[in-house]
Design a protein around this ligand. Structure first.
Ligand code: SME
Length: 162
């Protein structure tokens, strides 16, 4: 059983703070593009040891690059490819501790060693995915997953999707 360490507690506190900031940023603005752009920036500057944070949007049966922070990335990802494709296809969060072991991983940046991808589902419809990359192996754990899924839900609940 995983016991909560003081490091976990302080990480949890930081995530709680991040969610409060997100709530304040997203409240009163329903434009999805503005909200996604601010969300990418907030994640990029709030999370430690990450090198990319952003969105891919589901459009014409593939994922298309949306607002992000980090180096330029591949623009189109079919649902059959990559960690992003797997998250969109299965509608389940994908946590990859070492991208070199994920045969299907799409390497946009050679520095990336670990990745978490959260599907964005609104009223049963796939909108896209939230993708966060790290230059450290084993960067993302259950605590990251839990809070980042809450972050994704917060975005979905605040936007108007057209
Ligand atoms: N590595 C991802 C592609 C997107 S970039 O990491 C920004 C994947 O395998 O789906």
């Amino acid at each position: 059983m995983h016991t909560l360490t003081s490091i976990d507690r302080s990480r949890a506190e930081r995530y709680e703070h991040l969610l409060q900031q997100a709530e304040a940023l997203f409240t009163g603005e329903r434009d999805w593009l503005a909200t996604f752009a601010n969300a990418a920036s907030l994640l990029y500057f709030s999370l430690e040891e990450i090198n990319w944070a952003g969105f891919y949007l589901y459009k014409d049966e593939e994922l298309v690059l949306g607002p992000f922070m980090g180096k330029p990335a591949c623009i189109r990802i079919p649902l059959t490819k990559g960690v992003c494709g797997a998250a969109a296809r299965t509608q389940q969060t994908q946590v990859v501790q070492d991208v070199s072991t994920f045969s299907d991983h799409i390497a946009c940046d050679a520095d990336t060693k670990a990745e978490i991808v959260i599907p964005l589902i609104k009223d049963g419809t796939l909108l896209g995915v939230l993708d966060i990359d790290s230059p450290l192996q084993n960067r993302f754990d259950e605590l990251d997953q839990r809070y980042l899924e809450q972050f994704a839900k917060l975005i979905i609940d605040h936007i108007e999707w057209k």
